[in-house]
Design a protein around this ligand. Structure first.
Ligand SMILES: [Zn+2]
Length: 484
């Protein structure tokens, strides 16, 4: 393409090459891990400790689900790696930025250069978000309506899926402009001071804390219905008793309608201080209830058994609270953010870097836009970010073991082990994980190791194993009926 642009110096060219090399190295490394994981998924039978629990039909189904997702991940990562390569080499982002800067420069809404930079940055993020929503839509639709549907997990309609996208964009329109304004302003106000980057860090932290309050109260209810568990239900009584036992200040107890999107199950504790809440997925409660459904005679007596399983999952979640895992993770991530922003501080005034990637100063705006500097910094922090991701998974897995041990000290070792098996069965989760792949990607240890660490022999309770097998047969015939 014959376009007049300032000729690249050797330094600027080599900066682009370094960024591309980082990018491709990450792709190659992660692809090697994916192929190792593929070998693990394809092992002919489950781990010895779980062999008597999961039959061949289930194991084949779990392999097929894992392999479908594997192929999808690989194709998506090849696509997005090439895409990023092209976006960098053809300087597509600078073109979009230039258009936004030219528009903001002429705009009468913003008078000062900083205000013009804020306006240009908001327009830039808005355009990129729109492009990525449209670009990602076919991928998301395929994952939901083909892969998840094929394996019996998708419960959402196309209409609900589209509504989610529209609501997501709506939330972004409200939240993004003030965040960007604060980010740009914090650097510009103290532009010449050494504290500018520290101020930026404080601003981002403040927004994160604000989100802890905003998310459960205003954002999550836009997407799901949170029903309080009725005061007189036995489940509530059991949960309250458990919370009292460990002095957890239980404020709010909800069931969320996760089933309207997918059959996957979950439970979590959220919030600080007076805002603390426990949220159970309806799919989680249903999953344990199915366990005793076929057993008519034992139904009444087993209502309490269902609750024991729900409580064992909560006992694990309470372990995270008891060990202050959320706070520890927040402190860790804020320290990392601080370090990363110091990295940005080192490059934020580098003309060579901005020029190398095709960003030229605009006369009406301050030089070296803040948002662009942050984007450029990210290109070079790829290896550090990958290493930090590995570290954070390492910590997360240690926390999972700790939370399991907390449940064990409360007397839920056996119930928790059983709950893990029930969830594994419903999720068709892969029973094998390659050690490298798990170390790099996985925030949770493998199920066989977790059960082992709980001091439980997976198939020791014959009655439970029978129930689990009956449940699987019932689920399978249900799926067959639906697909017929
Ligand atoms: Zn956990």
């Amino acid at each position: 393409m014959a376009m007049a642009r300032p000729s690249h110096t050797t330094t600027s060219l080599s900066l682009v090459v370094v960024a591309l090399v980082f990018h491709w190295c990450q792709f190659l490394f992660e692809t090697v891990l994916e192929f190792r994981q593929r070998t693990a998924i394809r092992k002919p039978s489950p781990p010895a400790a779980l062999r008597s629990i999961f039959d061949e039909t289930w194991y084949k189904a779990s392999q097929s689900y894992a392999l479908d997702r594997w192929t999808y991940r690989l194709i998506h990562s090849v696509y997005s790696t090439f895409e990023t390569h092209l976006v960098i080499s053809y300087e597509l982002m600078p073109r979009v930025w230039n258009a936004c800067a030219t528009w903001a420069a002429a705009s009468t809404y913003a008078v000062t250069p900083t205000a013009k930079e804020v306006l240009a940055s908001i327009a830039f993020v808005f355009l990129l978000t729109l492009v990525s929503v449209v670009k990602d839509a076919p991928w998301g639709a395929y994952a939901t309506f083909v892969i998840e549907a094929k394996h019996g997990f998708n419960k959402q309609t196309v209409r609900l899926w589209l509504m989610d996208k529209v609501k997501g964009l709506g939330v972004a329109c409200v939240l993004v402009p003030p965040i960007i304004a604060a980010v740009v302003a914090s650097i510009r106000v103290f532009a010449s001071s050494a504290y500018a980057v520290t101020l930026l860090w404080a601003v981002i932290m403040a927004f994160q804390l604000l989100m802890v309050f905003l998310y459960p109260n205003f954002i999550a209810p836009l997407f799901n219905k949170y029903d309080p568990i009725p005061e007189d239900s036995p489940l509530r009584a059991d949960i309250v008793r458990l919370a009292e036992k460990v002095s957890y200040p239980l404020q709010k107890l909800y069931v969320v309608d996760g089933s309207k999107r997918s059959a996957h199950a979950n439970a979590y504790l959220y919030g600080f201080g007076k805002n603390k809440r426990i949220v159970l997925y309806d799919t989680l409660i249903k999953g344990f209830a199915e366990l005793n459904e076929e057993d008519e005679a034992a139904k009444d007596q087993d209502e309490s058994r269902n609750n024991e399983h729900v409580c064992s999952v909560l006992a694990h979640e309470l372990g995270h609270w008891n060990h202050s895992h959320v706070i520890k993770l927040m402190v860790m991530s804020s320290a990392l953010l601080f370090a990363q922003l110091q990295g940005y501080g080192l490059i934020r005034d580098s003309s060579v870097l901005f020029e190398a990637f095709g960003y030229h100063d605009h006369a009406a705006l301050p030089p070296k836009p803040v948002l662009i500097g942050l984007l450029l910094y990210q290109l070079f922090s790829v290896p550090v970010d990958a290493f930090l991701g590995f570290l954070s998974n390492l910590v997360s897995r240690a926390f999972e073991y700790q939370a399991d041990q907390f449940a064990r000290t409360l007397g839920y070792a056996k119930e928790l082990a059983q709950s893990l098996l029930v969830l594994q069965q419903s999720e068709k989760g892969s029973l094998w994980m390659d050690s490298w792949y798990g170390a790099y990607h996985s925030s949770h240890p493998e199920i066989a190791q977790r059960i082992d660490a709980l001091g439980v022999v997976a198939d020791s309770d014959k009655d439970f194993v029978q129930k689990l097998k009956r449940r699987e047969v019932a689920r399978r015939s249900g799926e067959d009926k639906k697909s017929a």
